[in-house]
Design a protein around this ligand. Structure first.
Ligand code: SGN
Ligand code: CA
Length: 565
């Protein structure tokens, strides 16, 4: 690794280079002074740090559960959902204990940009606006001489800063024929979002990259986010198979704190046949009968081309007719909804997996694969019918986990697995460390580089801190999922959660109860509970979480959790 002194040299020199580039402007024909300065810069970097700084390709999807990745050995492995991501894992390292600090889209991404927890970067919940003026890792990478580019979903609002080139989806973005915000204004591009974003990244690698400098390229897919609209070529994938059910599909969360029974994320009661599963959905669906339907596939279908629409109807109409003939109810209906949900979700993942293959092939074709670290991750986990749910947000394992797989040729051992407790708070420092750039003192994570280089997982981190904020929400069938605020600590063995708005606690022994089915908060040894509470308090102090932890008045508690108090 590069020492701090060397980093200082890099930073100062690169500041000069970047300043000059900015004056010249993007893509202009002033090749001579630029090349001269880059040559000058490279020479100094070679003196001041390691000669061959790796490129970084960061492929990031939205809501991809580790259970739907073959390399994680999850319960969907038999479907073989991700052959290309599994190849990446075979070439690199899979992090088995990789977690989010706040399992929701925008906040997870804000943590990655800044290397700081939500309470420090100011983006606690979706819908807020990220302050792009603050320090972010891509700005520091630029100062260290890296070229930076980002394509796809950010969910952070505002104009991205710190990227030499970028094109981002407004908000959640659309699956078919999406709009993008670019430095030149808004554009609409025909195609499926996953393919369009992949093409942007490939074009940049082939045509627009400055071959003289190392880069970090962020490819951030919308898929497989709700509502799960697959690409045309995947509409009939998995038609002839049954997706295995998770062991907890019919769990009623009887032993959890009341919050788990008062959420709005059940396949049974909250997943909508039309909104989520496209039953009877056509462009002719009268809006009036389908509250909120404009945010679903219905809104996107109006933008489809004729051939796209034909393919869509050809795939779903016969299946919808069969569904009506079956007249399902009770557990049979839940099972049918699970199948439709999971097939569409996995079809969207197939597109993402193909993107990983295309991007790695492109690196190979360009002779870049040997000096590029490729990382695959997703903004948080997701419920795939586990406990009867979809969505995320909780500190429970299914949603707190983030896949993280990294292949760094010549450095990561092929097919290796790390059990270190890592978190998205670590990514910014990892990128900076890879670049030999200076790591700012106010960042709150730890570089993963020593782990990638084969260092021991032991002692890397004893405990993870978590804090989710998006509550109360306006109750509604489609958008909100009513997960109460909570913070907590996860150690290698235990997880303690504090639903402080309601004065409720949960404790799980992950060794004996990996599915978190039995809350042992009241039955556990008092010394254990006290120890974990005091460790949680230290984490709040260490990370300086000054959030409002006050409880709701009793009548408000009763209003949100009527059946249990
Ligand atoms: C949308 C979804 C929700 C989802 C949030 C957050 N509803 O509101 O189901 O929990 O995004 O997801 S939808 O009507 O738009 O489908 S996140 O990944 O962006 O955080
Ligand atoms: Ca997400």
């Amino acid at each position: 690794m590069v020492g701090d002194r060397d980093r200082g040299i890099c930073l100062r020199i690169s500041g000069v280079v970047m300043g000059t580039r900015l004056i010249e402007g993007r893509g202009m024909g002033m090749k001579l002074p630029r090349l001269f300065l880059i040559g000058f810069f490279c020479g100094l970097v070679a003196i001041g740090s390691s000669a061959d700084r790796p490129n970084i390709l960061f492929i990031f999807s939205d809501d991809h559960s580790h259970n739907a990745i073959g390399a994680y050995d999850g319960w969907l492995k038999s479907i073989d959902p991700t052959p290309n991501i599994d190849d990446l894992a075979a070439d690199g390292m899979t992090f088995l204990n990789s977690y989010c600090t706040n399992s929701i889209c925008g906040p997870s991404r804000a943590v990655i940009q800044t290397g700081k927890f939500s309470h420090k970067n100011g983006f606690r919940q979706n819908g807020e606006s990220f302050d792009w003026d603050q320090q972010t890792f891509p700005k520091l990478m630029q100062q260290a001489g890296y070229q930076t580019a980002m394509y796809g979903k950010t969910h952070l609002k505002g104009i991205p800063q710190g990227y030499d080139d970028w094109s981002v989806l407004p908000g959640q973005g659309l699956y078919y024929n999406p709009d993008f915000i670019t430095p030149e204004g808004k554009v609409t591009i025909e195609g499926h979002c996953t393919d369009v974003v992949t093409d942007m990244a490939v074009d940049w690698l082939k045509e627009n990259r400055d071959a003289e400098r190392p880069f970090i390229l962020m490819v951030q897919h919308k898929a497989p986010h709700r509502n799960w609209m697959p690409a045309e070529r995947h509409l009939n994938l998995y038609d002839d198979i049954e997706i295995p059910e998770p062991p907890t599909l019919f769990d009623r969360m009887e032993d959890n704190a009341p919050g788990a029974r008062n959420q709005h994320m059940e396949i049974d009661r909250h997943m909508h046949l039309t909104f989520d599963l496209f039953v009877d959905l056509s462009v002719d669906t009268p809006k009036i009968t389908q509250k909120g339907i404009d945010r679903s596939a219905w809104g996107n279908m109006k933008r489809m081309t004729e051939p796209q629409l034909e393919a869509w109807h050809a795939a779903y109409r016969p299946k919808n007719e069969a569904f009506h003939r079956a007249e399902l109810s009770g557990q049979d209906l839940i099972r049918w909804k699970f199948q439709r949900y999971m097939k569409n979700y996995l079809r969207c993942i197939k597109g993402v997996d193909e993107s990983v293959g295309t991007l790695r092939d492109t690196l190979e074709e360009l002779g870049l694969s040997e000096n590029t670290i490729v990382i695959y991750s997703s903004d948080q986990g997701f419920y795939l019918g586990d406990h009867g749910w979809y969505d995320k947000r909780w500190m429970y394992e299914e949603s707190m986990m983030m896949p993280f797989i990294a292949a760094w040729p010549g450095k990561t051992e092929a097919g290796s697995k790390s059990t270190a407790l890592i978190q998205n708070i670590d990514y910014a420092e990892t990128f900076l460390d890879l670049a030999g750039a200076s790591i700012s003192d106010d960042m709150q994570g730890q570089s993963l580089v020593p782990l990638l280089e084969g260092g021991s997982a032991e002692g890397f981190r004893d405990a993870l801190y978590y804090h989710y904020y998006e509550y109360p929400q306006e109750p509604g069938l489609f958008r909100s999922h009513m997960v109460p605020r909570h913070n907590g600590i996860r150690t290698e063995r235990y997880k303690l959660l504090n639903f402080y708005q309601f004065g409720e606690w949960e404790l799980y022994d992950l060794e004996n109860d990996p599915d978190e089915l039995t809350n042992i908060y009241t039955s556990a040894d008092k010394a254990l509970v006290d120890r974990l509470k005091s460790e949680l308090e230290s984490l709040v102090d260490t990370y300086q979480d000054d959030s409002d932890f006050s409880a709701f008045p009793a009548d408000v508690q009763k209003q949100f959790w009527p059946d249990d108090r």
